[in-house]
Design a binder for this molecule. Structure first.
Ligand code: PLP
Length: 384
């Protein structure tokens, strides 16, 4: 019989960059298979469990009489009302639950659906570098669009120069930031709001995946406090240690949200109702800007890990980007980060090469503090 297994992938897949981490992942797996004690600081997937009341809510709502039906693409109306209530308390922003909120299957899906709704082939999408790769790949590349890079440099506090985004169809920013850990000052939000208000041709999206992963006195604002001309993506993945539950929400201008909903109607049938309801229960634990006690505890643990790691790395003479947010530590290790990454792996510590987040990441590594403090301490000793 003839081998018919010759279908080529759609041409847009060729615009996805080669998978940079494949070699690193293979070497890591080989070391684990050989029985070595590998400490993985490469993945932003929380090691801590979700709060028990959150998982209990998932179990409880899975037994709801209507939980087995198809959900709606926009999200359950009651759940959207709960999100609006949370948003008013947490950010002091009033949202219309019927038009300004869409439940998403995690931020990644929300961003991809947003891209499909607004980005045309050949459009320019302004994306930071370094950045969460989905803006350049999941959105620009898979929508047959072009990226325009907004470099994030230490000297600028890892903030983009918005002039670069002139004329773009869409613009993505993310603070608290992955991978740099940077937070944006109020002056930046005002500049960005001014850009959004004066550039009706550009969709401005703030990805707020780490809104709740902040330490000390810092409370991350919503971009909607500065302008309503935007969309903002929220996720429960990191704050509730629930990356596998795939739940979050998009908020913003009604016409933008309605485009997303149209895409979602064709692509998925919305998040499972019982997960949506568990999200609503989880968000109901907020008292204004004050998170539920379990989230405060989760923050305390990540904050402690962060403070320890920043101090250790600085003690090694490395240039560490200090921050009051995220479990990512962004470290300058020289012109080319690969020798550092390889050496760390030889000592059974996995770190992510900065170039995986874009060209501007060259010379940096990212550490994800998703291991217990004792393991991070051990990793630091191995790196010395
Ligand atoms: C900046 C940023 N945005 C969005 C996401 C997506 O998170 P999720 O799809 O789990 O909500 C991540 C996950 O790592 C992220 O780092």
């Amino acid at each position: 019989m003839k081998n018919r297994n010759t279908l080529s992938h759609a041409s847009r897949l060729s615009s996805l960059p080669p998978y940079l981490f494949a070699d690193l992942e293979r070497k890591t797996s080989e070391r684990i298979a050989a029985g070595r004690d590998v400490i993985n600081l490469g993945i932003g997937d929380p090691d801590l469990p979700p709060p028990e009341n959150f998982t209990r809510a998932v179990q409880k709502h899975a037994a709801d009489a209507d939980a087995h039906f198809y959900p709606t693409s926009r999200g359950d109306p009651e759940v959207r009302r709960a999100i609006a209530k949370f948003f008013a308390g947490r950010f002091n922003v009033e949202l219309d639950p019927d038009t300004q909120i869409c439940v998403v299957l995690g931020g990644k899906e929300g961003l991809s659906s947003l891209g499909r709704a607004y980005v045309n082939p050949g459009d320019v999408v302004a994306v930071p570098s370094p950045a969460y790769p989905v803006y350049a790949q999941g959105i620009a590349a898979l929508c047959d669009a072009r990226t325009r890079i907004m470099p994030l440099k230490k000297d600028n506090g890892f903030l983009p120069d918005l002039a670069v985004a002139e004329g773009a169809r869409a613009l993505f920013v993310n603070y608290p930031n992955n991978p740099t850990g940077a937070i944006a000052p109020e002056s930046f939000w005002k500049r960005l709001a001014d850009f959004a208000d004066t550039h009706p041709e550009t969709l401005v999206c703030h990805d707020h995946a780490y809104s709740e992963m902040t330490f000390g006195d810092y409370v991350a604002p919503s971009f909607l406090q500065y302008t309503s001309n935007c969309v903002e993506m929220h996720s429960l993945s990191k704050v509730f240690n629930a990356t596998g539950f795939r739940i979050g929400f998009a908020v913003g201008r009604a016409d933008i949200i309605s485009g997303m909903v149209r895409v979602k109607t064709q692509m998925d049938s919305g998040a499972p109702l019982f997960i949506q309801r568990a999200m609503a229960d989880g968000l109901a634990g907020y008292r204004g800007t004050q998170p539920p006690p379990k989230v405060i505890e989760i923050r305390r643990i990540y904050g402690e890990r962060r403070a320890f790691t920043e101090k250790k790395l600085a003690g090694m003479g490395l240039d560490v980007a200090k921050s009051a947010a995220t479990f990512y530590v962004w470290v300058r290790v020289g012109e080319d980060e690969m020798p550092f990454v390889e050496r760390a792996l030889e000592r059974d510590v996995v770190v992510t090469p900065g170039r995986g987040f874009g060209e501007e990441g060259r010379g940096y590594i990212r550490l994800a503090l998703t291991q217990p403090l004792a393991r991070i301490e051990e990793a630091m000793q191995r790196l010395v």
